[in-house]
Design a protein around this ligand. Structure first.
Ligand code: CDP
Length: 208
């Protein structure tokens, strides 16, 4: 069974994806980490983030087994990720890895922006997770504070709005809900309630 979880920045899709994967005993891939790793590597080598050839070469050499670097979660790398993610060549280079991951025996859960539309349009269940920008910014702000990152709420909100705009307006695989995705607005739901709602939607979709 393949489950696609998409949605904008800090919508809670990552946490939901991991819990859903645990429930069904499936492997889980946070595809945002792939784009974040490309952005980190492009910047670390001194290239411009919008240099397509540098980004392509580094996207091809990503070691997807090593995505637990804490630097990947910083606001700067997240912003860079949405710049490298605009380039079709970068998206193409990361597509095969994502599709191979989804094709494991038994299936997988993948979360991102284009899983239901481009990476796995044949997924058995698709959820598009949303929440208001203010709620998402507050959640992301709290995450940064817990990790000891120096941040200001207004800056986190501005970053989220900028990334939403970049991700939804790009030509290549823009962020959007697949026509057959179930929408889940978590603005007023805590993680438990969001998880219960997501499980209900998936069970209905797969006829359990
Ligand atoms: O965790 P958060 O929702 O803030 O971001 P993420 O999922 O780690 O994704 C970081 C950036 O990578 C996004 O803003 C997108 O530009 C890009 N991305 C993408 O284009 N396609 C995906 N499937 C996943 C992420």
């Amino acid at each position: 069974m393949i489950i696609a979880i998409d949605g904008p920045a800090a919508s809670g899709k990552g946490t939901l994806a991991k819990r859903i994967a645990d429930l069904w005993g499936l492997p889980c891939l946070d595809t945002g980490l792939l784009y974040r790793a490309v952005a980190r590597d492009v910047a670390a080598r001194g290239f411009r983030l919008d240099d397509p050839w540098a980004a392509l070469a580094l996207a091809r050499s990503i070691n997807a087994g090593e995505l637990c670097d804490p630097e990947l979660r910083t606001p700067k790398v997240g912003d860079g990720a949405s710049i490298v993610a605009r380039m079709p060549m970068v998206r193409g280079a990361l597509l095969a890895y994502q599709r191979n991951f989804s094709a494991q025996p038994g299936g997988a859960v993948l979360d991102g922006r284009d899983i239901g539309t481009v990476v796995c349009p044949w997924a058995d269940a698709k959820i598009y997770v949303t929440a208001t920008a203010e709620v998402r910014a507050k959640r992301r702000y709290n995450e940064y504070v817990c990790r000891g990152e120096p941040v200001v709420y207004e800056a986190v909100l501005a970053d989220i709005l900028k990334r939403d705009e970049r991700d939804s307006s790009r030509e290549s695989a823009p962020m959007r809900a697949a026509a057959d995705a179930d929408l889940l607005d978590t603005s007023e739901l805590d993680i438990e309630a969001a998880f219960d709602a997501a499980v209900g939607l998936i069970k209905r979709k797969i006829g359990q």
